[in-house]
Write a protein that binds this ligand. Structure first.
Ligand SMILES: [Zn+2]
Ligand SMILES: [Zn+2]
Length: 397
């Protein structure tokens, strides 16, 4: 008995769903679709669309094919009823009348209408079941910044004046002299878009939207223009930015100042000012990652008899010892000095880290321009052993 009762209930449910599905694609009355009375105010129509479009959004009903048609139907109904002129025609002549009177809008993609509704001028920043309302961002401003190797070695601060566009100080980007000069566009009712409906064939309508030609899609018409920017809405200014170069930052490192680039009424927030570090070549030091390489010249005497000397590091104060006592240093010899390279910098955290790379000293040997005959005799005596040795090597080859 109980089984039969459930079966009957399931049967009724299927019939109801099928019936509703068929209805969704049929020519239902727009008021009925939104569940409002024909006398509904714009506010009631908006609130009905808000509630139902979220409820039937396909993202929220992935397993329900009916939701998609219901969602489209809601968008179509809202597109017409939210436009006073289209609504008047619809009230008098029905859907046929909309088409005959050249109203087409619509074709509007239901997702566009949805996005427009929740994204357009509604006091921003809302989040609906998981997807965040996108705020539009202006382009980034890229600035190459030349730094010396010493500045990267020690860390450095650069004051940089960025020339950029900001919203007009007087009208805050509206272009109007006074707030009372900003009027809602009567052509599009402040929507910025016009929704038109086109009949593809009897019973099938396509809704399309286009930016309003009267207000250029802004939804606003300006009375008296702003006296400061003459209606341009923006002006130029200089902003001093303090660029902190942390010790050890790599060449081509980017330092970004979010939301400091050009502003414009065309986007919600400005993009970033991005500085790109470029290392100016150093006459003696070169860099390879965290390691440094230094070319160091010694005399022939130092090369042959050993030496103890020192040089000044990139910070211009630290003395680094170079010691090769009692050792022969041939030209091109490389000596590694641990921990005297670039300070470590953690790219992901953007701060200096413990430790440093290594320093590689590349030796060049300076030979005398000439040798006196007396010295030549001495050198022959002293170096004859090495000549014999090298000849022996050549004989072997
Ligand atoms: Zn202005
Ligand atoms: Zn307009």
């Amino acid at each position: 008995m109980r089984v039969q009762w459930y079966a009957y209930l399931a049967f009724c449910l299927v019939v109801a769903l099928l019936g509703w599905g068929a209805q969704a694609t049929s020519d239902r009355d727009y008021y009925e679709v939104l569940g409002v009375k024909p006398s509904a105010t714009q506010q009631q129509i908006k609130s009905a669309y808000r509630k139902l479009s979220i409820k039937y959004h396909p993202d929220k009903n992935p397993d329900d094919a009916n939701a998609t048609s219901k969602f489209s139907e809601l968008a179509e109904a809202y597109g017409i009823l939210s436009d006073e002129e289209a609504r008047r025609k619809y009230d008098r002549f029905g859907k046929e009348g909309l088409n005959e009177h050249g109203r087409g809008s619509g074709g509007a993609d239901p997702f566009d209408i949805f996005a427009q509704f929740f994204g357009g001028g509604g006091g921003g920043g809302g989040s609906f079941f998981g997807f965040e309302q996108q705020e539009t961002q202006g382009p980034d401003l890229h600035i190459p910044l030349e730094v010396t190797l010493a500045e990267l070695y020690m860390g450095h601060t650069v004051e940089y004046d960025v020339s950029k566009q900001v919203l007009c100080e007087h009208c805050h980007g509206s272009g109007a002299e006074n707030p009372s000069d900003i009027n809602t566009c009567t052509s599009c009712k402040g929507q910025g878009i016009k929704v038109v409906q086109q009949m593809l064939m009897p019973g099938f309508y396509q809704t399309m939207q286009s930016p309003c030609d009267v207000c250029s899609g802004t939804g606003k018409v300006i009375g008296t223009k702003c006296s400061r920017c003459h209606g341009n809405k923006v002006e130029r200014t200089n902003e001093p930015l303090t660029v902190e170069i942390t010790a050890g930052m790599p060449d081509r490192h980017r330092i970004a100042f979010e939301r400091h680039a050009d502003h414009s009424p065309e986007w919600d927030v400005p993009g970033s000012v991005v500085f790109h570090l470029r290392t100016r070549p150093h006459p003696r030091f070169t860099r390879d990652g965290n390691d440094l390489h230094l070319n160091y010249t010694i005399s022939l005497l130092q090369a042959l008899s050993g030496f103890e000397t020192s040089f000044t590091h990139l910070d211009k104060t630290t003395r680094v010892d170079l010691k090769r006592p009692n050792a022969v240093t041939p030209p091109g010899f490389v000596q590694k000095i641990k921990g005297q390279g670039m300070p470590h910098f953690e790219e992901h955290s953007g701060v200096s880290a413990d430790g440093a790379g290594d320093l590689y000293v590349h030796y060049t040997v300076e030979f005398p321009e000439s040798v006196t005959s007396a010295n030549r005799a001495i050198l022959k005596t002293v170096l004859s052993a090495t000549i014999k040795a090298s000849n022996a090597i050549h004989d072997e080859l």
